[in-house]
Design a protein around this ligand. Structure first.
Ligand code: FAD
Length: 360
């Protein structure tokens, strides 16, 4: 039995802790804030499948604010609606979700120290850095740097109340260079509106431009936060008789296209807890299970970032021509591009233009 010190009680830290406890380790968690989950830097949109993958640790339905049936995508002026006609994702209250996961780790035997910021003085034979995009653990142990980040700005808006079960996303490199803008309804009146762009961009003019485009005015404070847009080249090592593993945003295990990090971050964190004493196995297993999809997100994000808005509009037109709205609605897959780009896509692409002619 080893002692494991987890830094950060976000979803990755708590899941890593629970998983390490299941291996029989003694686990201690250090969280710099007084309450896990607060302040919240997340829109809370998580795929139904991603939430189900955590069902042994948390009942997501208790933290769901609203089910989402699909997305209304605006490709620089060209609209595409993906309607799965049933919930494919949920908007989750991240504060209560994070807090419940941390409580679960505590109830299983972890010692949770809130209000404790750790940047040195690590305890235990195994250290799991789940301390978010600005990871002190990664800095202290000189892990390879993450070079590409999005900086986001988000706020609450009173919106038009239309399509409350759909997220809206605007893809435009003029407004949100290298990333995108979003509106996520919380009910028929209020929504979260946000935008992000690749650093060193400034999100303040972007959210103003988005507000002009949508007509929705920010209410209250605008929150700024970072999203890593690439995985670290190395996420585990041995140092002075200790093992050090990174998980979640600290490792860059985030979908670069959307910034969604909860599904991949917690999936990898589960492996970090399981392999806390064996960093080589951790590195090998998370890369074999998840790196391909994360790399596909990264390549898509890089390619998108190079397009002028006219190219984005054209790409949207092509997606409509090939009826990708129907294909994506059928697939109901938000996390794994490898499950979208499979042989059924070819079949669909070949038949779609003909089925269009038939229905005209
Ligand atoms: C604007 C925005 C919108 C997003 N929307 C979504 C979304 O809709 N869906 C989705 O899946 N993802 C979304 N994400 C990403 C998601 O929030 C992250 O991927 C996720 O929170 C990562 O979890 P984590 O546990 O790795 O890190 P975090 O949630 O960042 O948790 C890290 C924890 O470590 C603590 N900590 C940091 N440093 C120290 C230290 N030195 N000592 C002790 N404690 C420390 C922090 O206080 C924090 O509690 C969004 C991100 C942003 C910025």
């Amino acid at each position: 039995m080893a002692s494991v010190h987890v830094i950060g009680a976000g979803p990755a830290g708590s899941v890593a802790a629970i998983s390490a406890l299941h291996e029989g380790h003694n686990v201690e968690i250090s969280e710099e804030h007084l309450v896990p989950g607060l302040p919240t830097d997340c829109s809370g949109l998580i795929s139904r499948d991603g939430l189900k993958s955590l069902s042994d640790m948390i009942d997501y339905r208790r933290h769901a604010i609203r089910p989402m049936h699909g997305a209304i995508l605006d490709f620089a002026g060209h609209k595409l609606t993906v309607d799965a006609k049933k919930p494919v994702a949920y908007v989750i209250d991240r504060a209560s979700f994070d807090s419940a996961l941390a409580k679960k780790a505590e109830s299983e035997g972890a010692k949770l120290n809130c209000g404790e910021r750790i940047s040195s003085k690590f305890r235990g034979k195994c250290i799991i850095g789940a301390d978010g995009p600005n990871s002190s653990v990664a800095r202290r142990f000189r892990f390879p740097k993450i070079k590409r980040f999005a900086i986001t700005a988000r706020c609450t808006v009173r919106y038009d109340g239309e399509n409350p079960d759909f997220i809206r996303a605007w893809l435009s490199n003029k407004i949100s260079s290298g990333f995108f803008s979003w509106l996520i309804p919380h009910d028929e009146e209020m929504a979260e509106m946000g935008t992000g762009l690749v650093l060193p961009g400034n999100p303040r003019p972007s959210i103003q431009a988005l507000s002009r485009l949508t007509g929705f005015q920010p209410e209250g404070r605008i929150h700024f936060a970072l999203i890593p847009l690439e995985c670290r080249k190395k996420t585990s090592l041995r140092a002075g008789g200790r093992t050090v593993l990174l998980a979640g945003d600290a490792a860059g295990q985030v979908k670069s296209t959307t910034g969604g990090g909860v599904y991949f971050g917690t999936s990898c964190a589960r492996l970090a807890g399981r392999h806390a004493t064996n960093p080589e196995n951790y590195e090998k297993e998370w890369r074999s299970l998840y790196h391909r999809d994360l790399r596909m997100h990264r390549l898509a994000n890089l390619a998108y970032g190079m397009l002028p808005d006219s190219g984005i509009r054209h790409a949207g037109g092509l997606l409509s021509f090939f009826r990708m709205d129907e294909y994506l609605a059928r697939k109901q897959q938000m996390d794994k591009p490898s499950h979208i780009l499979d042989s059924s896509l070819l079949m669909h692409a070949v038949s779609a233009p003909f089925s269009r002619q038939k229905t005209i």
